[in-house]
Design a protein around this ligand. Structure first.
Ligand SMILES: Nc1ncnc2c1ncn2[C@@H]1O[C@H](COP(=O)(O)OP(=O)(O)O)[C@@H](O)[C@H]1O
Ligand SMILES: [Mg+2]
Length: 298
């Protein structure tokens, strides 16, 4: 089962990331089949207008062939420039919620709207155009650092300044400087072996390269130590391009500064509020926060 989920996640990632997608991997009960679909380059698609809020209404979802609901009546509002944290145990439905938010899965019930406009098949690519997404597991191609950050962009259209800026925000620049061929070093399967944290930082750089208006991080800093995580958050803030942030985490500390923290449990929103409020009012939140602190001190 975990292996199938890995393939599945890689598929969604390829689907989302590859700008000039010629090969789309479709998931059929978790197994990929290759299908050649000529699609318009996402960069040619008009970005969606987003000035006010993203709204999720009563999102209910179950995977095909599985009756149990992975998400049930999830509703939330994300205002422009807000930082939203989503926490919850493994299996709570966080990644599924992200996939729905990205328009990769269509919920059985419920709707997503952006400034009141429902996200549907016709406008989903315009919506994706303004999102940067860092998945839980980063897929690296057998390519250079440059090719991996500017994933899917034709070589003659890669902007080196933007690569360097993205690498700086992702706190990857020092590491790259130490590589034998710097930005031209081949990473991925047959190149330099990267640690989990380094891979995550390539994933972050890949997402911020496009200056997305909305950035979704799905446990994207889980392999980073607290200091690097903090540095990255500060660099992201200083860069100021990304204004709306959706941070999925299992460490409460990661989402501590978010305007709203949502606690997901068995596919339902259990609690919603800022850190101080939840620390005061929610026993479950306090337990999770305290458990996280203990983990850090071990
Ligand atoms: N591709 C899939 N097919 C079937 N079930 C899945 C799939 N992906 C996730 N699930 C199930 O959905 C539930 C929520 O998973 P997920 O959204 O990955 O949670 P989280 O990200 O919070 O750990 C889990 O019970 C998981 O086993
Ligand atoms: Mg997950």
């Amino acid at each position: 089962m975990p292996a199938i989920q890995d393939i599945f996640q890689t598929c969604t990632q390829i689907k989302f990331n590859k700008a000039t997608l010629e090969h789309i991997y479709q998931e059929v009960t978790g197994i990929c089949t290759k299908e050649v679909v000529k699609q318009k380059d996402i960069r040619e698609i008009e970005p969606m207008m987003f000035d006010q809020e993203i709204k999720l209404y009563d999102i209910t979802f179950n995977y095909p062939e599985r009756e149990e609901k992975v998400l049930e009546k999830v509703s939330l509002t994300i205002r422009k420039n807000q930082r939203i944290g989503i926490v919850g145990a493994t299996g709570a439905g966080k990644t599924t919620l992200v996939d729905i938010l990205l328009g990769l899965f269509i919920p059985g019930q419920g709707q997503i709207t952006v400034d009141g406009v429902p996200i549907e098949a016709e406008n989903v690519r315009s919506w994706q155009r303004i999102i940067g997404y860092v998945p839980q597991q980063i897929y690296l191609s057998d390519d250079t650092i440059i090719g991996n950050i500017a994933f899917g962009i034709p070589e003659n259209q890669i902007d080196m300044e933007k690569i360097k800026k993205a690498a700086t925000i992702a706190r990857l620049d020092d590491f790259i400087e130490r590589l034998p061929e710097k930005y031209h070093t081949v990473v991925g399967e047959r190149g330099v072996k990267l640690s989990g944290g380094q891979m995550q930082r390539v994933g972050i750089a890949r997402a911020v390269y496009h200056d997305p208006q909305v950035l979704i991080l799905d446990e994207a800093t889980s392999a980073l130590d607290n200091i690097t995580e903090q540095e990255f958050m500060e660099a992201l803030e200083a860069a100021a391009e990304v204004k709306t942030l959706i941070i999925i985490a299992h460490r409460i500390n990661t989402v501590r500064n978010c305007d709203i923290i949502i606690m997901l449990e068995n596919g339902r929103v259990q609690e919603q509020g800022n850190y101080d409020m939840l620390m005061q009012c929610s026993e479950k939140f306090r337990t999770m926060a305290t458990a996280g602190e203990k983990e850090q001190h071990q």
